[in-house]
Design a protein around this ligand. Structure first.
Ligand code: NAD
Length: 488
């Protein structure tokens, strides 16, 4: 199998880094080998990106001309949607239903930021003297985008679309665990007529390619999505350069069921919140708080429904829970469950890989529910990033808010209740960037998304998402034609 090339500033080249294997998590079979990027490739991509951004006229182009290219990228993603979705399913093990939705979301993101670029406004501000004052927004130059493996095409689009819409060049470093779909995005962008050099997609090692992106003096911003430890390391280096960073990091989100909630609606939402994407989701509702009064019947029904979830092949339309990304990741999830059991947890469901020939070579793990540990336990504080739900009781609203907020993270939360006054109080008291009410894991590209606390200082999406890729500049413009009196 000859290795796939990478996309270095508009050219398809054999990367000079250690090759990366993409394997199908269902059975470990080899999908492709990618000739991954090296540190030298990253340096070259950045230098050529800076030149292309300066010389192509992209930054100064009329917004509608940039928008036209972005719309063609959206069309291209849609035209190749099924093939890209199948590639992503092979690369990550996600169900086809999910990867189809991710490609559609990526196309929608390009459309949205085409519109945002066209309708972005600058301001005439109130003057305090005989001059006109304006607040303008200009491209940054070269932006580095570093993305994780859990929903690559969507997280790549969430950075590439606004960065290009704002007039920048972008160098993307996808995760080495999911190298394939970022390269498909590059093909689509190339066909859409994006000027050469403005986009590079460089799968490669984080400590090598990612590190060059963060340190290089020509890179003006890093937009990062990934783990909190990596985000902290990037923020430290960025501080040396005084470079802005957007960090979308981990989570340990509470999902809260009050006694007056609609039981079936809450159960469906809790199941979807933790077990869809096999729990490999930053916003997974991984801590379930159930009010004491309904604890027993709610848990009995939840466990029954969890055991009935269909675990299976990612390409089978009936599958709800597919394999995890890698065997090594599955083993780390299993080890965290074992540790929780050793710490005194009670196992209510799962807690092992499924049995049978169909699962024997895959990175499968059953949807798992644990109870009996306090919120301070490791399994309740650390992000597992797998299909593992911990159940915690609460007595009243004050107790609930204290426990829900007792977490390093603050990414998302869910509330299930019929009492609108209580929902309002609790939604306002929760330390989280997104709160879902009687629903979970729903998204709109128009609505900003970001985290609090160790979930990272990042804000993406929404019309203001464009401003994260622009630099503000103020103009003061004399209208009087007279010298400043002080000098006379
Ligand atoms: P990770 O932090 O290991 O890797 C993320 C990316 O950073 C990869 O491309 C990796 O190669 C790169 N990287 C690693 N070390 C680097 C370094 N020293 N310098 C520069 N780049 C480096 O995360 P992961 O395991 O790929 O993804 C899972 C994590 O991502 C979870 O913690 C999850 O919660 C988080 N996540 C957050 C969001 C969000 O929007 N908040 C969304 C998805 C995933």
């Amino acid at each position: 199998m000859s290795p796939l090339p990478i996309f270095l500033a508009g050219r398809w080249v054999e990367g000079r880094g250690a090759p990366i294997e993409s394997r199908f998590p269902h059975d470990g079979s080899l999908n492709a080998v990618v000739a991954a990027a090296s540190a030298a490739d990253a340096e070259e991509a950045i230098e050529r990106a800076a030149r292309a951004q300066r010389e192509s006229g992209w930054g100064a182009a009329l917004p509608r001309d940039r928008a036209r290219v972005l719309l063609r990228i959206a069309d291209g993603l849609e035209a190749e949607a099924e093939d890209i979705a199948r590639t992503q399913t092979r690369d990550t093990g996600k169900t086809l239903a999910e990867t189809r939705a991710l490609v559609a979301s990526a196309a929608g993101t390009f459309r949205f930021f085409a519109a945002a670029a066209e309708t972005h406004e600058e301001e005439i501000t109130a003057p305090r003297g005989p001059y006109a004052t304006m607040s303008l927004w200009e491209p940054m130059g070269v932006v580095g985008a570093i993305t994780p493996w859990n929903s690559p095409i969507a997280s790549d689009a969430q950075k590439v679309a606004p960065a290009l819409a704002a007039g920048n060049a972008v160098v993307v470093k996808p995760s080495g665990w999911s190298p394939l779909v970022g390269l498909r995005l590059a093909r689509v962008a190339e066909k859409a007529g994006l000027p050469e050099g403005l986009l590079s997609v460089l799968p490669g090692a984080g400590a090598e390619v990612g590190d060059v992106l963060v340190r290089h003096p020509l890179v003006q911003k890093i937009s990062f999505t990934g783990g909190t430890a990596t985000g902290r390391a990037i923020a430290r280096l960025a501080a040396e350069k005084l470079m802005p960073v957007s960090l979308e990091l981990g989570g340990k989100s509470p999902t809260i069921v009050f006694a007056d909630a609609d039981m079936e609606q809450a159960i469906a939402g809790v199941l979807f919140g933790i077990f869809s994407s096999t729990g490999q989701s930053c916003i997974a509702g991984s801590r379930l708080f159930v009010q004491e009064a309904i604890r027993e019947p709610f848990l009995a029904r939840l466990v029954e429904r969890t055991r009935a979830l269909r675990v299976g092949h990612p390409e089978d339309p009936a599958t709800q829970v597919a394999p995890l990304i890698r065997h090594a990741h599955r083993d780390s999830v299993a080890a965290q469950v074992e540790q929780a059991l050793a710490d005194g947890a009670t196992l209510l469901a799962g807690g092992r890989a499924p049995e049978g020939e169909a699962f024997s070579r895959g990175a499968y793990y059953l949807p798992t529910i644990l109870s009996g540990l306090p919120n301070s336990a490791r399994i309740c504080q650390e992000e597992v990033f797998g299909p593992v739900l911990v159940v915690l009781p609460f007595a009243d609203e004050a107790d609930l808010i204290a426990q829900a907020n007792d977490s390093a993270y603050g990414l998302a939360a869910g509330i299930w209740s019929a009492d609108y006054r209580r929902i309002w109080r609790v939604a306002r008291a929760l330390e989280a960037g997104t709160v879902w009410i009687n629903t979970y894991k729903q998204f709109s590209i128009s609505t900003p998304f970001g985290g609090w606390k160790a979930s990272g200082p990042g804000l993406e999406k929404g019309r203001l998402g464009l401003r994260g890729y622009l630099r503000q500049k103020s103009l003061y413009w004399d209208l009087s034609g007279t010298p400043i009196p002080w000098a006379g």
